[in-house]
Design a protein around this ligand. Structure first.
Ligand code: UD1
Length: 309
């Protein structure tokens, strides 16, 4: 049994990690400022440090006695970062730096950082491989890239083991559709369940490698303990891609809905196409995205239905 700190553990991805760790018998602590995370996402009795990682002292308190740190806390939105570069920088960069220093000083065995596919930017080359040159085009993408670079430095300069898992458009139960900055799948399901048109930004031909959250949990837990991966950046994704038009169709089919989408202008800072090469994750982590996109989508829709009954 090991002690894991999950930052952002009350959030969407963090809470799935907490659940998986408790299920296999590990000890878990969560640090969260509950800005987007929800207390209801946490299992009863879990050890919680409430606070903002960017504030002095919070990370120090959170890491005491922890073997592994899974750093999920972030303000995870491209458009929100365009609107609020300062606030998102504080959460995504200052919070990460505080946590890295605290983890180094506390002798943490390894920190796994939640990176982002947005770091690849808008180059036309697909699929995205980890050795491609990062080309962030928004504050969020740059903030996530800074985070992974700092992780790299903390490994090379101070010997703190770190791994960056680059996520590709994660979706699943507990992804809250409660803000215009929410993930697109949660917003589309919410709209169609309410009999409304999902709103597509742009022509809907942009593509994403949508990744079901259970696959991400598997990749992150492997990254925490795999041998020979310290200092690495590894894509965690499905390895496919579908357009938003196809996504709407897939949700409509599950729901038996014919409600047509509505369209508005393309979003500033939007990447056209995104698809991961997952060879490195397969090779270094033994990772395999065992839940296919369609199955994950069905499970996600089923979860949203339980909310609206
Ligand atoms: C980006 C990152 C992803 C990261 C996420 C954090 C890329 C390729 N992906 O996702 O790795 O985890 O930020 O939030 O950079 N859209 C609509 N209607 C809506 C909402 C969104 O059409 O109501 C469109 C967006 O314009 C975009 C796509 O759906 O083209 C996906 O948007 P979103 O779910 O916000 O994620 P990304 O910005 O792609």
């Amino acid at each position: 049994m090991s002690v894991y700190l999950v930052t952002g553990g009350a959030g969407f991805i963090g809470s799935h990690l907490v659940e998986a760790l408790l299920k296999r018998g590990d000890q878990v602590r969560v640090v969260d400022n509950f800005s987007t995370g929800k207390r209801g996402n946490l299992p009863a009795g879990v050890d919680v440090v409430e606070g903002d990682l960017a504030d002095d002292g919070v990370a120090v308190r959170a890491v005491v006695g922890c073997d592994y740190v899974l750093h999920q806390a972030a303000i995870p939105s491209v458009p929100r970062s365009v609107k609020d570069p300062l606030g998102t920088h504080r959460a995504n960069v200052d919070g990460t730096m505080q946590l890295l220093v605290a983890s180094r000083d506390a002798g943490v065995k390894r920190l796994v950082f939640a990176g982002s596919s947005s770091t690849y930017g808008n180059s036309a080359v697909l699929p995205k491989r980890e050795d491609m040159r990062p080309a962030p085009i928004t504050p969020y993408a740059l903030q996530k890239y800074i985070g992974e670079q700092y992780c790299h430095f903390f490994t090379s300069l101070y010997g703190l083991e770190t791994v960056t898992t680059r996520y590709f458009n994660v979706f699943g139960p507990r992804q809250a559709p409660d803000s215009p900055y929410s993930g697109v799948i949660s917003l589309f399901i919410k709209a169609l369940l309410a009999g409304q048109s999902p709103l597509i930004h742009g022509d809907g031909r942009q593509t994403r490698d949508f990744t079901y959250v259970a696959n991400v949990v598997d990749g992150v837990l492997r990254a925490a303990t795999a041998e020979g991966v310290s200092g690495e950046v590894i894509n965690v994704a499905t390895g496919g891609r579908i357009s938003l038009l196809e996504l709407v169709r897939a949700i409509q089919l599950i729901l038996g809905s014919n409600k047509a989408p509505a369209f508005d202008g393309a979003r500033e800072g939007d990447v056209k196409d995104s698809q991961a090469d997952i060879f490195k994750a397969r090779k270094m982590l033994g990772y395999d995205p065992t839940v296919p996109f369609e199955d994950g989508l069905r499970q996600t829709v089923a979860w949203f239905k339980t909310l609206s009954v």
